[in-house]
Design a protein around this ligand. Structure first.
Ligand code: PHE
Length: 351
């Protein structure tokens, strides 16, 4: 009897859901709940069930009945609504349409495209090199002696894999400078390379994300000097940040450039003054200048690693952060840089 009741419930429910009009539904209702309906007849037979099981079966039968009644009521409502709307619904062609939502590129992608355009105008060629690199390209060929502590400054991620006998450990590219040697190997001088790529370092706090982007410039030709570097820097600063922004270079140290510089851009919030009009200190820059990144003249040892004769050719290189220049241009003081990559639409839709 138990099985029979459950079988009735299942077949009733599927017929109810399948019914496509009210007439259909009425017939199904009769078939199960009518005077000689399947459920009605089965319930009558409960009197034949042994007394000790009767209560349990009674409860089940009741439950089956309620479920079927409820399903019929729901389906009834659904079908009658449908009937109404098909009767009433008319299309008013004069109504304004619903505008589909339009997305946009991520702000970092927008910056990458702009930077590419700026450099392509003066003959740079955008290239891409592996995100998973050999130590050789990121460090050794860039004039880092084996086990030199300067490697630590790049907080590198190592990949668990076999070492390459010639190129050493496998790593995640910690800076776009690894593209320098690859470009020299690929093409040789003259070179005007723009390598924009994801970089990875073991860092995560309000002003650092473990993955970020750099854009690296490399120019190698005969008689390239610091003035070319300064001119290119100035051109980029004016094109990307605006005509009234200034740039400056300060002495610094990198293994792969000599001399090396740190590059600054005048602050857009206080106009390079370090102070706002009311005399208070500028919160974004503190001194009137914002640090953009490193640059320098390519070290002769690096040219040699790339198979280029340093007596015939010279070059300059720079490597700047995409997220960094973006923040500097907008005068944005984002409390937490990790917001850029947290996929929060409330943030992303503002750009
Ligand atoms: N690769 C350096 C960094 O990540 C920047 C740099 C690039 C410096 C090219 C000099 C020349 O900090």
């Amino acid at each position: 009897m138990e099985e029979e009741l459950i079988g009735i419930k299942n077949s009733a429910l599927s017929l109810i859901l399948e019914s496509t009009d009210l007439k259909d539904l009425e017939e199904t209702k009769l078939q199960f709940l009518g005077k000689s309906g399947k459920l009605t007849l089965t319930i009558k037979e409960i009197t034949t069930v042994p007394i000790e099981k009767r209560k349990e079966i009674g409860i089940l039968a009741n439950d089956v009945k309620q479920t079927i009644e409820q399903a019929i009521a729901d389906q009834f409502e659904m079908l009658s609504k449908k009937k109404k709307t098909t009767l009433i619904e008319k299309i008013d062609v004069t109504n304004p349409g619903i505008k589909p939502e339009i997305g946009h590129l991520h702000l970092v992608t927008q910056a990458i495209e702009e930077i590419t355009d700026i450099f392509e105008k003066i003959g740079f060629e955008r290239v891409r090199y592996p995100e998973v690199e050999w130590d050789y390209y990121a460090f050794t060929a860039l004039n880092f002696p084996q086990n030199h502590p300067a490697r630590d400054e790049w907080e590198t991620f190592f990949v668990k894999s076999q070492e390459n006998p010639k190129k050493g450990k496998m790593i995640l590219t910690p800076h776009t400078s690894s593209g320098q040697i690859r470009e020299m190997e690929r093409k040789g001088p003259p070179i005007r390379m723009l390598n924009i790529a994801k970089c990875y370092r073991r860092q995560s706090d309000v002003s650092h994300t473990p993955m970020f982007h750099q854009f690296e410039g490399l120019v190698i030709d005969k008689d390239i000097s610091i003035t070319h570097l300064k001119g290119t820097l100035e051109y980029f600063v004016k094109s990307y940040f605006g005509k009234n922004r200034k740039s400056r270079i300060r002495p610094y140290h990198f293994q792969f450039t000599e001399p090396s510089f740190e590059v600054d851009v005048s602050c857009g919030v206080c106009n390079g003054e370090g102070r706002l009009l009311d005399g208070s200190k500028c919160k974004l820059c503190k001194s009137g200048w914002l640090e953009m990144g490193g640059a320098g003249m390519v070290h002769p040892n690096v040219l040699k690693s790339g198979g280029i004769d340093p007596n015939k050719f010279t070059g300059f290189a720079f490597g700047w952060g995409v997220e960094r220049v973006l923040m500097m241009r907008e005068g944005l003081e984002i409390d937490d840089l990790r917001l850029l990559y947290s996929n929060d639409l409330r943030f992303l839709e503002q750009f």
